[in-house]
Design a protein around this ligand. Structure first.
Ligand SMILES: *Cc1c(COP(=O)(O)O)cnc(C)c1O
Length: 239
């Protein structure tokens, strides 16, 4: 199944990177969070060879993040099945059918239309699909996600969707974002948690990437999505 051999040093680098990430997270937790708080480390797999991904899984990674449906479908059979997969990239409504029942969470729900299609297929298949609402916290035109002012409205509208469960929020803060942006995300997450809306069982704040995960942990993140810091620089950039 392996497409290309990774040099032993590449595996060594992944092992060292993971050690450093875990250390930094534990430091941030100890400094800023309640004892007992935990943060999951997701390995973001875009452009990364399956054997490197499987190596990360062998080192204790239990969560993989996929950006593109096409890339995921071409790689998924090679993955170690012990890790769960979440969709984290922008998802077109007409592509939900390829991943429903395959991924354990869709983190990138950014419209009622998309949520409705996820629900339709979940009902058909007799499953409940866990989702996160993606917040465009920096109000950036180039990014998907919904504005923070519309999040609670969308959560309300989604109450009628019987087979979708809102597990929390996901955000990609702007590069170099002010710390206040991370704090805002945490406030919004708390508001959602306390909303008592049906279909909401929020326990996930997916926030933090290679460049900002420590700051994200400081401000309540429960799940950081790491690509570059774990696997090294990507050969090409994808959003
Ligand atoms: C690529 C990507 C990441 C990981 O980015 P790095 O900076 O390489 O850690 C996290 N989340 C999403 C949604 C991404 O597209």
């Amino acid at each position: 199944m392996n497409q290309q051999a990774a040099a032993p040093s590449e595996f060594g680098a992944i092992r060292e990177n993971l050690k450093e990430i875990r250390y930094n997270i534990s430091e941030a937790l100890a400094k800023y969070r309640h004892s007992g708080d935990e943060v999951s480390i997701m390995a973001v797999t875009k452009t990364v060879a399956p054997e490197k991904i499987n190596y990360a899984v062998s080192q204790g990674i239990t969560l993989l993040g996929e950006n593109r449906v096409q890339e995921y479908l071409s790689k998924k059979d090679s993955y170690d099945k012990s890790a769960q997969v979440h969709m984290i990239g922008h998802l077109q409504t007409n592509k939900v059918k390829y991943i429903i029942g395959e991924v354990s969470m869709i983190q990138s729900v950014d419209s009622l239309k998309l949520a409705g299609e996820i629900n339709r297929l979940a009902v058909r298949d007799g499953i409940v699909m866990d989702v996160l609402l993606e917040v465009n916290i920096g109000d950036e035109e180039s990014k998907s996600g919904i504005s923070k002012d519309s999040i609670m409205t969308l959560a309300q509208q989604m109450q009628e969707l019987s087979n979708v469960r809102i597990r929390g929020l996901m955000a990609i803060p702007p590069i170099g974002a002010d710390e206040a942006v991370f704090a805002q995300m945490n406030e919004l997450y708390c508001e959602l948690r306390e909303s008592k809306l049906s279909r909401v069982e929020a326990d996930v704040l997916s926030m933090g990437m290679s460049g900002d995960y420590e700051l994200a942990v400081k401000h309540g993140s429960t799940l950081v999505r790491i690509g570059t810091k774990l696997f090294g620089a990507r050969k090409y950039m994808e959003v």
